[in-house]
Design a protein around this ligand. Structure first.
Ligand code: TRP
Ligand code: SF4
Length: 362
């Protein structure tokens, strides 16, 4: 696939997209740029959990790799690293608190694994600058993040590092959001070039777009730290009550006696998501829908119910967060073990790469 016009390519790709069903190896990463919010949970972590379980049920152990892309956090955040360490630690805790399981998946930190830097360097030798300059996320972020100086080698090379992250582990699929699809195209482009120039050691990888509906932010826009519309996994009960109270509702429902339209309300959308998570059944949603349409209750009550459901959903996660926070030594052990497993696999791949380019190994 040539990236001469990624928009067209994206359109064709999405039109023909079928979620891969046959896979034995999975890899994905997340950048530790701040606290994890519910948008991250439903957009990324939940699909990861489902894939972890799918592979485990197939009898596969440690063929799903999930890692903290801390080097990638530096590509856009190099000017202020004051929170980086804290963010990495919190992400380690959150991975475990939501249910990523070191018995089933390999959980590791990118920067602890030298293979990523080595593969990044070798891939850098063959990656065309034009290919990187055409990357739509590169163009976009450079435009949108004007307050940061992103005219750096590291930021341009973001997809090269991501290529290393991916191709080192031979995954069949890479679960990502739609915004990452161009990076997977670039990954395959670079992998193919390596195969053609030297030796075919990389296979084509497929993006795996999740079925899980995205959770919008409190104001209905995309949930994003920069919009201030997030519920974080680490929020307290009080914060959640306050945030849900602030949510926009159907603008036509002004008084408690006005009938509302739940389809026009983010609160109802949230109700759908959390009712499903908590297995509340159809009746619960029917009740909310009816109550809103027939003005049986006000938005304040409707929101109270939602806040309660979000709290019920988060409670087991909070419990695990607390446990891992007070037993951080256990977290360290788990990630050290993951680092080892990941390194062992990736190291062999780097050896093959070096061999393929005729470096003198002895
Ligand atoms: N770029 C990804 C994101 O922002 C994070 C990431 C880094 C990644 N390396 C990866 C995702 C490898 C999948 C595979 O979401
Ligand atoms: Fe939204 Fe609930 Fe109010 Fe209806 S009753 S408008 S669903 S908050």
């Amino acid at each position: 696939m040539i990236l001469s016009n990624v928009d067209n390519e994206m359109k064709i790709f999405l039109k023909n997209y079928k979620r891969p069903t046959n896979f034995n190896r999975v890899l994905s990463g997340m950048r530790p740029t701040g606290k994890i919010h519910l948008g991250n949970y439903f957009g990324a972590l939940k699909p990861w959990l489902e894939l972890q379980e799918t592979l485990y049920k197939k009898g596969l152990k440690h063929t799903s790799y999930f890692f903290i892309a801390d080097y990638h956090a530096l590509t856009t955040g190099y000017e202020d690293v004051s929170n980086l360490k804290e963010n990495i630690k919190n992400m380690m805790i959150d991975f475990l608190a939501v249910g990523l399981d070191p018995e089933k998946s390999v959980l590791f930190v990118q920067s602890h694994n030298e293979a990523h830097s080595e593969a990044y360097l070798l891939f850098g030798m063959i990656t065309s600058i034009k290919l990187l300059e055409r990357n739509p996320t590169y163009k976009e972020l450079k435009e949108n993040l004007k307050e940061k100086d992103l005219a750096t080698y590291g930021f341009l090379g973001y997809p090269v590092l991501q290529t290393a992250d991916i191709l080192l582990y031979d995954p069949d699929i890479v679960p990502v959001g739609i915004d990452q699809v161009p990076h997977i195209f670039i990954t395959n482009e670079i992998g193919r070039k390596f195969n053609n120039l030297f030796k075919p050691i990389f296979k084509e990888v497929k993006p795996y777009l999740s079925e899980t509906p995205k959770l919008p932010g409190l104001d209905g826009r995309k949930m994003s730290k920069s919009y201030g519309n997030c519920i974080y996994l680490s929020d307290s009960k009080e914060e959640i009550l306050k945030k849900v109270r602030s949510m926009k509702t159907d603008p036509n429902r002004i008084r408690k006696t006005d009938p509302g339209n739940p389809e026009n309300c983010t609160v109802y959308l949230y109700h759908k998501v959390f009712a499903k998570e908590l297995n509340l059944g159809e009746d619960f949603l029917k009740e909310i829908e009816e109550g809103c349409k027939k003005a049986k209750f006000g938005c304040v009550d409707c929101k109270k119910k939602l806040a309660q459901n979000i709290i019920s959903f988060l409670e087991p996660i909070w419990e695990k967060r607390n446990y891992y926070q007070t037993n951080f030594d256990k977290v360290l052990e788990i990630f050290k073990e993951g680092d080892k497993l990941a390194s062992a696999y990736a190291k062999e791949k780097v050896r093959q790469m070096k061999e393929a380019v005729n470096l003198f190994l002895f």
